[in-house]
Design a protein around this ligand. Sequence first.
Ligand code: FMN
Length: 203
Amino acid sequence: MSTARAATHDALAAELAWWTAANDSFDAAVAAASLPAPGDLPVDPRELRNALGRFATGVCVVTTRTATGQAAGLTVNSFSSVSLDPPLVAWCLGRKAPSLRAFAQAEHFAVHVMAQDQHALAMHFARPAEDKFAAVREAFEPGLGEVPVLKDALARFECRKASTVEGGDHLIFIGRVERFAYADRAPLLFHAGRFLDRGDAAA
Ligand SMILES: Cc1cc2nc3c(=O)[nH]c(=O)nc-3n(C[C@H](O)[C@H](O)[C@H](O)COP(=O)(O)O)c2cc1C
């Protein structure tokens, strides 16, 4: 081999060795940073839930209707504003929730921020039932996409589903707000696993 060709060969070999080492350490870094498998949680789930519950939230009822007419609704406290321009909001739905199929299929959903005096309605939508609307039909009217919307929520966001994002054991629904309304009343609050619906604060 000529001196010039040997130098080129050595340079290529050195570059290859560098790439191999770099890729090995990259793979190791990825492995170290990767999420634990389900059930492999490095923290106590009960304690994690207790800690997360220290974050006081409002309470929402989210409703939807599929193209085939099936209505669904549930109580959530995972609601969050995301963006003003474009107007986006988000909330999370447990993958095992019976209403998952309806929310996955529907094009629209409505988020209702509950007022302090709507505790009973929030509890109603927090329990699984064949038809949650049957007992409370009077409280609703048809909204965008024929989604049942609450007539008197503290705030109401009627959304077109913008995207669905994987979030571990939950799915994150992101909606583009197409219509909204709000009132001036006291909110229903949730903290440390209980409603603060009579002005009381958790000790
Ligand atoms: C205050 C409160 C907040 C809740 N937040 C959520 C939530 O963010 N996501 C969720 O999937 N379930 C949440 N749940 C539980 C659901 O409301 C409950 O599992 C409901 O039965 C689900 O509706 P489905 O059975 O019709 O699917 C919450 C319950 C309560 C009382």
